[in-house]
Write a protein that binds this ligand. Structure first.
Ligand code: TMP
Ligand code: ASP
Length: 237
């Protein structure tokens, strides 16, 4: 496999073409952004930590029967993935109230949400990722009804696998965002799963262990990501 030219640079990752038309290389950079790219910083080791974190989670999900684009780690900051036709809708499940849910609905942070909620957001920084729904997604051809059903099923399946995984390691999976794409007729989990795209709290102290540390200026961002990883059994050395 040969890495070729850069196709696209996102806020924290870049995508490179390879000599295989069906495989891309994802490069996890040290860039960190929040508030739809309004705040950006470089955090040393972040690319490596998120790359390994994502590989660990994607392997757990594959093993549990969730199809993912993950093919294998290539280096500290590079991962080989299947090429997907990405669906521009982000799927969010929440087990505990936090973030935009609290702002939108005036709900207090930290309430258990039973059953867990499911929301869709349009992936569009300029519009600040507005909340959408299935009807809008079908009308604007972002995804078909069948695809949306499948995305919802897979997003909840991820919850059942990861809630237990984090719980067993003394952490609470508060919420998370997933992105899916098409590979032929299959719906496949794409993008990444790392502390950048979810909320994780310590079960006892409720210490924030995810990107809210960056968003809220709490400090020790990458040190805390590494602590989450170590508790799950990931080795960052
Ligand atoms: P929210 O509370 O800002 O709506 O976010 C819910 C969860 O989804 C939180 O863990 C952050 C994640 N998320 C992203 O990582 N990127 C996004 O663009 C959105 C909308 C959510
Ligand atoms: N969407 C990510 C966040 O909520 C990144 C960004 O907004 O720049 O932090």
């Amino acid at each position: 496999m040969e890495k070729r030219e850069e196709l696209y640079a996102g806020k924290a990752k870049s995508v490179f073409r390879t000599d295989d038309p069906d495989r891309f290389v994802l490069v996890f950079r040290d860039d960190t952004s929040a508030f739809d790219g309004e705040r950006k910083e470089q955090l040393s080791r972040k690319g490596m930590v998120n790359n390994r974190f994502n590989a660990f989670i994607m392997e757990k999900l594959e093993a549990a029967g969730v199809p993912t684009h993950f093919e294998g780690l290539l280096s500290d900051t590079e991962t080989l993935v299947k090429k997907l036709d990405m669906i521009p809708v982000e799927c969010v499940v929440r087990n505990v109230s936090a973030g935009s849910l609290c702002r939108r609905l005036g709900v207090e942070e930290g309430q258990e949400l039973s059953p867990p909620t499911y929301e869709l957001f349009l992936k569009n920084d300029t519009l600040h990722d507005p909340m959408v729904n299935e009807s809008l997604a079908v009308t604007f051809n972002w995804a078909s009804e069948t695809e949306l059903v499948h995305m919802k099923e897979l997003t909840y399946k991820v919850n059942s696998v990861l809630k237990t995984l984090f719980d067993d390691a003394g952490m609470l999976l508060v919420d998370y965002k997933l992105e899916f794409g098409r590979s032929g007729t299959d719906i496949v989990l794409g993008d990444e799963f790392s502390p950048d795209g979810c909320r994780i709290w310590d079960k006892e102290t409720r210490k924030k262990m995810d990107k809210d540390r960056f968003r809220q200026g709490l400090g020790d961002v990458i040190e805390t990501y590494e602590e989450v990883g170590r508790r799950l059994g990931i080795n960052f050395d």
